[in-house]
Design a protein around this ligand. Structure first.
Ligand SMILES: Cc1cc2nc3c(=O)[nH]c(=O)nc-3n(C[C@H](O)[C@H](O)[C@H](O)COP(=O)(O)OP(=O)(O)OC[C@H]3O[C@@H](n4cnc5c(N)ncnc54)[C@H](O)[C@@H]3O)c2cc1C
Length: 408
């Protein structure tokens, strides 16, 4: 006789990846009961609610990688989803701008990468076109990416949550439920939260900044660790906003997983500039001096983190300097918009990225999704996972359908 469980599937994490996965499974398998457990009082409380809101084109990612495939597919699906559910978005395009001769080789590399990834409409532009698109921006060469857009990912997450619950009375989105432990039985697992326990046949770990800890609690050695990197943003004052029409990015340094300090016009009209990328002493710490002993110990006692720091200490110091010194941050921004002055910017939001680091100190670049026992673990879902969320959700639905043998 089949064992009765509270939910066939429990998804841990009410960020956009957990919600998109639950949504795709709920749509594909309307008869199964699915719960999303989120430890905070609201969904999208961490990376999803602290990101830049950019619908990335997909031109940067290694051709053939899961990132490249899901970004382009997810972007198109996200646009259709936003249109259908009346979530404001705008395909405003972006430019990537080289300001120095030494960046031209990397600019060319990005362009070819975009071509290999078949990103629609990308074109090389010169200083005159840069000025036509962004009159305050200075550059010697650039790439125009017309299919990049902006959206509020918290609104997308809220709509996904609504649709999951609407699909079936058995589906639940439960906030303020922190998963603390798993009690495994022969045919099910009790997912124990700070409030109550739920029996489930299968569990999908989409815990973002806590994904390695959830994997460990489930009895798996993840083979990586989440190292948190905080990004601080400034925003342009009302008077300075006219200096940015849409999105302006520098040429990324291929040695680092971050895109460099850029300007982003958000869907609410604000213009964000940043971020830097500094090691965070707290996984979910958004203040410059936030500290958690447990989180710091977990990061700093891991040889992968130490190796990463050893390799990149000079870069790291520069980023720290920018975190605490507005003048240095401004200097970085002035490379793209030379007329920007200190009174044009004021402190804005901050976000913390879950950077998965391997034992040799390597930043794990691609999405990392693993099947172990009755779990699927999403161990690494960095940018552009918000853009790609619906495609990642579909990918996880496909894995779950086969691995968990779900009925349609
Ligand atoms: C500063 C910044 C800017 C970014 N900009 C962009 C961008 O412009 N475009 C883009 O596509 N991507 C961007 N990204 C990346 C994107 O935001 C993330 O890749 C994406 O949000 C990851 O979603 P997630 O669901 O995996 O993680 P999260 O949104 O962090 O969700 C994980 C959830 O799990 C919950 N959780 C953790 N532990 C437990 C537990 N024990 N029990 C229950 N719940 C738990 C957390 O509370 C959290 O809500 C950016 C990221 C950052 C940090």
């Amino acid at each position: 006789m089949e064992q009765k469980v509270d939910f066939e599937i429990v998804v841990i994490g009410g960020g956009i990846v957990g919600l998109a996965s639950a949504y795709k499974i709920a749509m594909g398998h309307p008869d199964i009961r699915i719960a999303v457990l989120e430890k905070e009082e609201r969904i999208a409380a961490h990376q999803t609610g602290h990101n830049s809101g950019v619908i990335h084109s997909g031109l940067y990612y290694t051709p053939g990688s899961t990132k490249a495939k899901t970004c382009a597919k997810g972007r198109k699906e996200l646009e259709a989803f936003a249109k259908k559910h009346k979530i404001p978005y705008e395909i405003c395009g972006k430019i990537i701008v080289a300001t120095q001769q030494k960046e031209l080789t990397d600019l060319e590399r990005v362009f070819h990468n975009g071509q290999e990834n078949e990103i629609e409409g990308i074109e090389k532009i010169g200083p005159k076109q840069i000025k036509e698109i962004e009159p305050y921006c200075h550059g010697i060469a650039g790439i125009r990416v017309p299919c990049t857009g902006i959206i509020d990912f918290t609104m997308v997450a809220n709509k996904l949550a609504e649709l999951i619950e609407k699909k079936s009375d058995g589906n639940k989105i439960l906030t303020s439920h922190k998963v603390v432990r798993f009690d495994k039985h022969d045919f099910f697992t009790n997912v124990v939260t700070n409030k109550e326990a739920f029996s489930a046949k299968f569990i999908i770990n989409c815990a973002g900044l806590q994904s390695d800890r959830i994997a460990k609690a489930a009895g798996s050695e993840p083979g990586m660790r989440i190292v948190p990197f905080r990004g601080d943003y400034y925003e342009l004052t009302e008077a300075a906003k006219e200096k940015v029409k849409s999105l302006i990015y520098p040429v990324p340094d291929p040695a680092f997983p971050f895109l460099g300090v850029h300007f982003t016009r958000k869907i609410d009209g604000a213009v964000e500039c940043g971020p830097n990328a500094v090691f965070s002493f707290k996984r979910e710490g958004y203040g410059k001096t936030d500290f958690s002993f447990k989180d710091s110990w977990d990061s700093l006692s891991y040889r992968g983190t130490l190796k990463m720091f050893f390799k990149n200490w000079q870069y790291g110091l520069g980023e720290y300097a920018r975190a605490f010194c507005k003048r240095w941050f401004l200097r970085q921004l002035q490379r793209l918009i030379p007329s920007l002055e200190a009174h044009d910017i004021r402190p804005g939001n901050a976000g913390v990225r879950a950077q998965a680091v391997g034992p040799r100190g390597e930043a794990i670049d691609d999405f990392k999704i693993e099947k172990r026992a009755n779990f699927i673990h999403v161990l690494n879902a960095p940018s552009p996972a918000a853009t790609a969320s619906l495609a990642i959700g579909e990918y996880i639905n496909e894995i779950a359908t086969g691995y968990f043998k779900l009925k349609d």
